[in-house]
Design a protein around this ligand. Structure first.
Ligand SMILES: [Ca+2]
Length: 454
């Protein structure tokens, strides 16, 4: 604006221009006030610090306490190795378990196959059993043009050597043929209340719930296969395992292992170790929305009819249809997520767009950061595909039961600077961030950070 023009406006306060300018100024000041109000709300969340705990991994996808009385942790690396780490972060020289030779041949670049989940039996101290989810080569009974076979297997430690798993002890509990390399899920978690093993399985891959090996209604909506589901089995019963009597889908053409359905690629599930012990599942979206779900028995979480809180059309994945069914093919209402955020690739410069691929975490129940207690701590893998820029997030449940989402502030530059692959927790409920500086399986750039108070 020219100074002369400004003078003219100011000298004639009744001019339309003056009133317009004043109006704009008040709008701007309101926006500024609103922003500072929002910032003051956000400022309640304290900054936390990431303290390097262990490094030298490739793509750390799971960290779980061994419950051996010594605080030992098991770290699963996607390349097929399980390491023992002491409570102080020292990585034992010899791997606890190597599945390198049982895993499908992995790409050095971006890869969704490999060792994808680990859980120790709740009675590990007595029975020495651990459970893994990994991508094996395609079994011969599968269609020849499919990609690989997911295995959920039980292993037992060596007799007389509690620091090593007997690789010959493998008992394959479940095999699931996978048409594509992607969307494998893979988390394993024992329910703190029921003691059953919960297994997250992706929808079969490709995109939009379509392609070879995809059911016409979408694998996630089809109870006759295990894809796009949360499974639940009793590893203490039967030859291989038992089906809990209250598993919800036990009829003709239904897989009785299914506990919940309608997931796309549940990348990391976890139980709240406190509170009501609910099961959280972060579900990676297609193009527009990433979501967090609380998984209830028999729930249908909507994919590929819905994405986040929105309708989804597999024919037009970048558009949100106005309408879609509220109920599944069996007449059951879909369950909405508790939280969603926008994908930054589709919603550029939108403050509600946090990244491109959700990474599920844990509810914080530790003792070192009071302000995080009860919050669901999770992440987005990265704001950018090519540049490692993971974002730490926190979900907070209000007294009225509504969930809200905010970025977790980090001390210093406020950047993780790596892809956030997964989270882990220890026996005390303290949380760890599992990162990879590369978006592929190379250069051992994987690190584990403990989340600590500033
Ligand atoms: Ca959903």
């Amino acid at each position: 604006m020219q100074i002369n023009e400004m003078r003219k406006i100011v000298s004639n306060p009744r001019s339309i221009k003056f009133r317009l300018r004043m109006g704009m100024l008040s709008v701007i000041s309101c926006v500024v006030l609103a922003c500072s109000f929002l910032n003051s709300l956000r400022a309640e969340m304290p900054a936390v610090k990431l303290k390097l705990f262990a490094e030298g991994f490739t793509s750390p996808i799971g960290l779980t306490p061994l419950n051996d009385g010594k605080g030992t942790l098991l770290l699963a690396d996607q390349v097929g190795l399980v390491h023992m780490i002491t409570a102080s972060g020292i990585v034992r020289g010899q791997p606890f378990l190597s599945l390198v030779h049982r895993i499908a041949k992995l790409n050095m670049g971006f890869e969704e196959r490999g060792l994808l989940g680990i859980a120790a039996h709740p009675d590990f101290k007595e029975n020495g059993k651990i459970y893994v989810y990994y991508s094996a080569p395609l079994r011969t009974s599968a269609p020849a043009d499919w990609n690989h076979t997911s295995r959920i297997s039980e292993f037992t430690i060596m007799e007389g050597d509690a620091d090593r798993v007997d690789v010959d002890s493998e008992k394959v509990l479940i095999s699931i043929d996978q048409p594509y390399f992607n969307h494998n899920g893979g988390s394993l978690a024992f329910g703190p209340k029921d003691g059953y093993l919960h297994i997250a399985v992706g929808d079969g891959g490709n995109a939009n719930g379509r392609g070879i090996g995809h059911s016409e209604i979408g694998n996630s909506q089809d109870l006759s296969n295990m894809l796009g589901k949360i499974l639940r089995i009793d590893v203490d019963q039967g030859d291989l395992y038992g089906i809990p009597t209250d598993n919800p889908f036990q009829g003709a053409n239904m897989k009785s292992e299914i506990y919940a359905m309608g997931l796309r690629n549940p990348w990391r599930i976890s139980f709240d170790r406190g509170g009501d012990h609910v099961l959280f599942a972060a579900d990676i979206g297609q193009n527009l929305y990433e979501e967090v779900n609380i998984i209830d028995r028999g729930g249908n979480y909507g994919w590929n009819v819905r994405e986040g809180f929105h309708c989804f059309n597999p024919e037009k994945p970048t558009e949100t249809p106005e309408e879609c069914p509220e109920k599944d093919v069996r007449g059951q209402f879909f369950t909405d997520p508790i939280l969603e955020y926008k994908n930054v690739k589709a919603f550029r410069n939108d403050p509600d767009a946090y990244g491109i691929s959700i990474t599920g975490g844990y509810v914080y129940r530790g003792e070192s950061i009071d302000a995080l207690v009860g919050k669901y701590i999770f992440a987005d893998w990265s704001r950018n595909w090519a540049v490692p820029d993971g974002v730490l997030l926190a979900g907070t449940k209000s007294d009225k039961g509504q969930w809200s989402l905010e970025a977790l502030k980090l001390e210093g530059e406020n950047k993780v600077g790596s892809y956030i692959v997964a989270f882990g927790e220890d026996m005390k409920g303290e949380l760890y961030v599992l990162t990879n500086a590369s978006n592929g399986l190379m250069n051992r750039k994987g690190k584990i950070y403990k989340i600590v108070a500033k």
